[in-house]
Structure formats: structure tokens, C-alpha cells
Design a protein around this ligand. Structure first.
Ligand code: GZL
Ligand code: ZN
Length: 330
């Protein structure tokens, strides 16, 4: 499902942060009474997916930095270890604690209607960051994140341009089953390679982890042999890095014998790209903390907010990565 909303890129993003961050110092008590009295602290419950990847660590750091005490927040942090039931339980706990606002990075798209309705009934606004949910957008105040489908289209278009004219056997390392990035990165990529000679011979989830990517790739190599696989499409860098280990253990050269396309552009992924072990990476910006904090502050202050805020993504070849690696923020 494509959503259209405000797009933040580079300076615009910084500007937006300044704009909304200014709201943080507003004189009104932005909390919705959860803590009563005149103190300015906003108590926020943040339900993070877990710590499955390098991307997630960068996202968690960005969120904790933005929702800091000096910025006027009391952050209650929960990481659900990639377990959707545990994440929903964490949100229920935030509701029972009477927090001022709840932020969620939903592990999977489905299953959110009931607990979001409970938050609404309790008068606690919910802001989504990173991933999206299939529940009605009446059940949350706003979402800030990335256009996962566009990331898939960018990756698929590069594959089509570089490998589409020759018979190419591709295997896919899927992200967490049922997650918005896994669903939409697959859909966007498939759309972009339609009509080319790239054939998806297998696709399996590695749950966005290095170990998952390595194990699934080992299985593919057992099944098809090094010569039976020309291209790997990994839904994130951590699974691509696991696949690299498996390909090298099989005596093949990643980036040459078997090409690799990946998404995230975290530091370790970019270093593998520069080493030629990955051939192309599409960025997925994890630095969403300042925007999310600005949105929470605006919502609690009763200011108008967009339903969606999209953060711009770039993409990199090895040469382009080498130029920017020292200046990147994650
Ligand atoms: C995408 C994010 C995904 C990353 C993975 O915004 O939800 O989850 O691509 C992470 O690295 O685990
Ligand atoms: Zn208050």
C-alpha cells in the first residue's frame, strides 16, 4: 500500500527538526496530565522491535538521543526481541502506566487494531516510527519512516539494468515475515524486474539477522550449488553480511561469482560494498529520533501533524560509497 505524505530530505529534514524541536520548549505543559502538575516532562513509552540488526541499533540510539531528559522527556524503553506478542504486551503496559504518549516501531503489520483502540480509549496518542501497520490510520496520530516499496523498486531497477539482459538465477533473503519492509521491498523489487531475464528461484526469511542470512544462504548453496545462483537480493545488510560468510565458506567470491544487492547502508554494509563483496546498496535512514520527538511534542501540544512523514533514501555503488563513508552518521 503506497502512502503519500510529507517528504523530508537533507536540509528540509534538518529544517523540519528545528521547526518541530522548537515546539519542545513550548511553555504549555505538553504532557496530557499523565504526570499532573506544572512539570514539563513528557513521559513516553517506546516499543522497539528488538536488536536484530545494525540498523536497529542505530535507530534505537537515534530515538534515545532525541527522547532524552535534557529534551524534556522521560523515556520508558522496551525492546521486544522480534516477538510481536511481547511488543503488544509492552504497549498494554505503557497504557496501564498512564504514559503521555506511545511510540511504536511495529515488528509486523497485522494484529494492532485492539491495543491501538485501547490506547485511543485511554486518551494516549500513538506515533509510529520506521515500520507501518495494516490497522486504520485513525488509530494512530502519525507515522515517520521510509518508503520501503521505493527502496525495493530502486534495488530492482539496478538489478534489471545490470543483469536483466542475461538469464540470472536469483535467491532472496527476506526480512521478518509479515513486516512492512519485507512485504514492500519484495513487491517493489518484483515489479521492477518484470519482463527481465532475472528469475527468482527461491526466497526465504532470514529475519533481518546476520545469522539468519547466513543459515538461509547455506541452505540455498546446498540446494543449488555456487553455479546455480547468480544473484542474491537481501532485504537488509545484516543478512547480506551473513550470506557473504556462507558464500566464502563455499569457496566462492561474493560480489563476483555471486552478485549481492542489499538495503540499509549501515557502516558494515557500506564497507563490504567498498570491498566489492556487495554490488549495490539502497539506503534506509534509521535516524528518525528527532522527527519522532518533534511529532510527539506537536501532537501533545495539540498542533496539526501530517499522517505520514517520509524520509528520503539514497543508493550507492562501491565508488559512491567510498566517497561518503567517512562523513556518514551511521
Ligand atoms: C527498515 C527496518 C528494517 C531494516 C533492518 O526501516 O525496519 O529492520 O531494514 C531492520 O535492518 O532490522
Ligand atoms: Zn505533564
Amino acid at each position: 500500500m503506497i502512502r503519500k505524505g510529507k517528504l523530508f530530505a537533507g536540509l528540509a529534514l534538518a529544517g523540519a527538526i528545528a521547526l518541530t524541536a522548537a515546539g519542545c520548549s513550548s511553555s504549555t505543559d505538553a504532557g496530557n496530565g499523565g504526570d499532573g502538575g506544572g512539570d514539563e516532562t513528557i513521559t513516553v513509552g517506546f516499543a522497539q522491535t528488538g536488536s536484530e540488526s545494525g540498523w536497529r541499533s542505530a535507530n534505537t540510539e537515534s530515538m534515545k538521543t532525541a527522547f532524552s531528559a535534557e529534551n524534556g522527556f522521560d523515556l520508558i524503553f522496551n525492546a521486544a526481541d522480534n516477538d510481536p506478542a511481547a511488543q503488544i504486551a509492552a504497549v498494554r503496559d505503557f497504557i496501564n502506566q498512564g504514559v503521555d504518549a506511545i511510540v511504536i516501531a511495529p515488528i509486523v503489520e497485522d494484529g494492532w487494531d485492539d491495543v491501538l483502540q485501547e490506547a485511543a480509549d485511554a486518551g494516549i496518542p500513538v506515533v509510529l516510527e520506521d515500520r507501518t501497520v495494516s490497522a486504520s490510520d485513525d488509530l494512530y496520530a502519525s507515522w515517520v519512516g521510509l518508503d520501503f516499496r521505493k527502496e525495493g523498486v530502486t534495488a530492482g531497477t539496478w538489478a534489471a539494468e545490470n543483469f536483466g539482459d542475461t538469464p540470472t538465477n536469483m535467491v532472496v533473503l527476506e526480512g521478518t515475515t509479515g513486516s512492512a519492509p519485507a512485504n514492500e521491498r519484495a513487491a517493489g523489487f518484483d515489479e521492477a524486474i518484470e519482463g527481465t531475464q532475472i528469475e527468482k528461484i527461491d526466497s526465504q526469511t532470514g529475519d533481518f539477522t546476520r545469522d539468519g542470512g547466513k543459515k538461509v544462504m547455506e541452505g540455498f548453496l546446498q540446494k543449488y550449488g555456487v553455479d546455480g545462483i547468480d544473484l542474491v537480493y537481501a532485504h537488509n545488510d545484516d543478512m547480506a553480511l551473513g550470506a557473504i560468510e556462507a558464500i566464502e565458506a563455499a569457496g566462492a567470491v561474493p560480489g563476483e561469482d555471486i552478485k549481492i544487492i542489499s538495503i540499509d547502508a549501515v557502516k558494515d554494509g557500506m564497507l563490504a560494498l567498498i570491498d566489492g563483496k556487495i554490488n549495490f546498496i539502497v539506503e534506509c535512514n534509521p535516524l528518525l529520533g528527532d522527527l519522532a520527538a518533534g511529532i510527539v511534542t506537536d501532537v501533545l501540544a495539540g498542533n496539526e501533524v501530517e499522517k505520514e512523514y517520509y524520509v528520503e533514501d539514497l543508493s550507492f555503488t562501491p565508488e559512491e560509497a567510498a566517497k561518503v563513508i567517512d562523513s556518514r552518521l551511521y
